[in-house]
Design a protein around this ligand. Sequence first.
Ligand SMILES: NC(=O)c1ccc[n+]([C@@H]2O[C@H](COP(=O)([O-])OP(=O)(O)OC[C@H]3O[C@@H](n4cnc5c(N)ncnc54)[C@H](OP(=O)(O)O)[C@@H]3O)[C@@H](O)[C@H]2O)c1
Length: 255
Amino acid sequence: MNDATGMPASAVVLGGDSELAAAVLAKLAKRRLERVVLAGRNEQGLARRCSELSALGVGQVNAVHFDATDHQRHDALASEIASELGDIDLVVMATGALERRGIDELTSAEVAQSIDTNFTGPAAALLGFARVLRSQGHGTLVVFSSLAAVRVRRANFVYGSAKAGLDGFCQGLQDELEHAKSGVRLMIVRPGFVHTKMTTGMRPQPLATEADVVADAVVRGLETGAGAVVVPAALGPLSVLMRLVPRPLWRRLPS
Ligand SMILES: NC(=O)c1ccc[n+]([C@@H]2O[C@H](COP(=O)([O-])OP(=O)(O)OC[C@H]3O[C@@H](n4cnc5c(N)ncnc54)[C@H](OP(=O)(O)O)[C@@H]3O)[C@@H](O)[C@H]2O)c1
């Protein structure tokens, strides 16, 4: 169970090789994290993350296979991980892939794949884990949405629209979990541009930040019981203004 300051003893990361998730777990390892399951596709990357967590003193660390687009597996995986971990205090949804190609370069199948990776798959998996947490009567879901979800931009509308779908799904799930007095929390994290392997080689956006800054904001959000956090905080007011810009101006934003 999370302690009085919102800190977990057990955690699952979906997209277990994510740099942002790794930065969060490194912070939590210094608090009271004892048991972790990293779920992902890249065996080597997961093994490296497991070693890092063990070196930080986390006693029980395991990796399992997880592909967000394998929807039929999600419910069984959630049950299997719950049996392995005992109670799950924290689930971090960190799966995502930034589609950088334009409409002339993408096939319809690739568009569908991107939306599955960033929206359909994560949403379906989240529901499986939300049901496990609800049956426990406690636990926290942390979901990496994006500033790109606040208002979809011409420059990355495939990724942005998928993240907007996931963000809306999470807002509805938040309301439902609260309405049902489930004891389960969900926190939506909306980072701007962060230097991780996802953004390698890209021109940084204004107020670009580091994984460590995002991790600090996530931990602070867990402590304060925040429903949503924008990182870095300076982007908070901008995310409000973004919604107000008239379409003719918005569509002229440079890519
Ligand atoms: N970095 C940023 O600027 C930024 C900004 C806003 C939001 N975010 C979001 O933050 C989250 C974490 O991103 P990050 O920066 O930590 O990037 P990252 O290190 O690339 O992590 C993304 C993870 O998602 C995994 N993944 C992709 N497709 C998957 C699938 N079908 N099934 C399972 N796992 C899959 C990747 O694993 P594989 O190695 O198997 O591909 C990777 O480990 C993502 O949701 C991202 O959209 C990032």
